[in-house]
Design a protein around this ligand. Structure first.
Ligand SMILES: Cc1cc2nc3c(=O)[nH]c(=O)nc-3n(C[C@H](O)[C@H](O)[C@H](O)COP(=O)(O)O)c2cc1C
Length: 333
């Protein structure tokens, strides 16, 4: 076996492993996992799977693109933890299947402690829908989480007045979503117990009653079995992921930034809850936009806080088998 072949084989094994890690751990809206990876020798491609798009709740596909951005960044994190960096070419394509990004031009690099911490956080991260504890986050921790979004997508931490505005917008989004029969049916489909194994939300991760909160999150239409206690998340911090353009390419980057923010937060023991209803409804998205500078657009609202220490960890949300989400293209040489 020539040394160049063995280099390509090593790299391709790392790509398969990174794709497996990413699909095993990446969060997605309603756990839809709307992605597909194709592994080539020394090349990795990410496709959107529109068959798992929420056509009523997310007709533009912004939450689908955010989710795909998260899985893209999770692959980057997994590769960095194995000592690989790559160039990521993001594509705006309308072809079917829809190619979103290609990872090429790989280099061997030193495995840094930061890369190891991020990979560790990726395995520990989860969504916690229970109220956060009464202990607020320290300003230093908030600054560290906000600073982790340092590209074209940034994190804006809301002032107390803006939290009141977010609260009003989120309540309105809940009302709008509740009136939409198609959205209700879609939500029921992705949160019902007859879901195909490995996607959607099982009852075990849904609150057993409506949480006490200043800013309402997604209402799931029926109670789950996750005990959430009687706490109120008044000590939570709220933030918006935002950027300068409201286009699909930027939503993908917003997903990558969401991954970075969520992993940074996890490493600092900060719980993150995305609030996506309020960005899906056009009128309430516009209300969020008024909290930003004139030309900026909101991509996602986040609740940040410290998880109630006594509550333990909620059950893990299952994932689809990796073999269903990853194609390996056979060697041609
Ligand atoms: C783009 C995006 C939007 C999300 N929106 C919400 C939301 O509005 N409410 C919620 O409870 N969880 C939301 N989530 C969390 C997902 O439901 C969760 O990641 C998924 O079920 C997998 O569970 P895990 O994060 O515990 O691994 C969102 C996640 C992503 C990536």
């Amino acid at each position: 076996m020539s040394s160049s072949t063995s280099y390509t084989e090593q790299l391709t094994d790392a790509l398969v492993d990174a794709a497996i890690q990413a699909v095993r751990h990446a969060p997605s809206v309603l756990n839809t996992q709307p992605w597909r990876w194709r592994v080539h020798p020394a090349r990795l491609e990410l496709f959107a799977d529109r068959s798992r798009q929420l056509s009523a709740m997310d007709p533009d596909g912004r939450l689908l693109m955010l989710s795909c951005g998260v899985v893209l960044d999770h692959v980057r994190v997994s590769l960095a933890a194995q000592g690989w960096v790559s160039h990521i070419r993001r594509t705006s394509s309308t072809s079917t299947p829809e190619l979103l990004a290609t990872l090429t031009s790989f280099d061997r690099v030193e495995i840094t402690p930061k890369a190891q911490h991020q990979a560790h956080a990726m395995r520990r991260r989860y969504t916690d829908r229970r109220p956060v504890s009464e202990q607020p986050l320290s300003p230093a921790v908030i600054r560290a989480v906000a600073a982790s979004a340092d590209g074209r997508v940034r994190l804006h931490v809301l002032s107390p007045d803006q939290v009141l505005d977010l609260s009003a917008a989120a309540s309105r989004a809940v009302t709008v979503a509740a009136k939409d029969a198609f959205a209700r049916a879609e939500l029921e489909y992705w949160t019902s117990r007859t879901m195909p194994e490995g996607s959607g939300l099982p009852a075990a991760v849904l609150p057993d009653h409506c949480p006490q909160t200043s800013v309402p999150g997604r209402r799931f239409g029926h109670p789950g079995t996750l005990p959430i206690g009687s706490g109120h998340d008044r000590a939570a911090t709220y933030a918006l992921l935002y950027g300068d353009e409201d286009v699909a390419e930027r939503w993908l980057e917003a997903g990558e930034a969401l991954s970075t923010v969520w992993l940074t937060a996890t490493a600092l023991n900060v719980s993150v809850l995305p609030l996506s209803d309020v960005v899906s409804v056009p009128a309430t998205r516009e209300a969020l936009r008024r909290m930003l500078r004139t030309f900026d657009h909101p991509y996602l609202a986040l609740r940040l806080g410290i998880a109630e220490p006594q509550s333990g960890t909620p059950p893990r949300t299952p994932r689809l088998p990796a073999a269903q989400l990853i194609d390996a293209v056979p060697w041609t040489t």
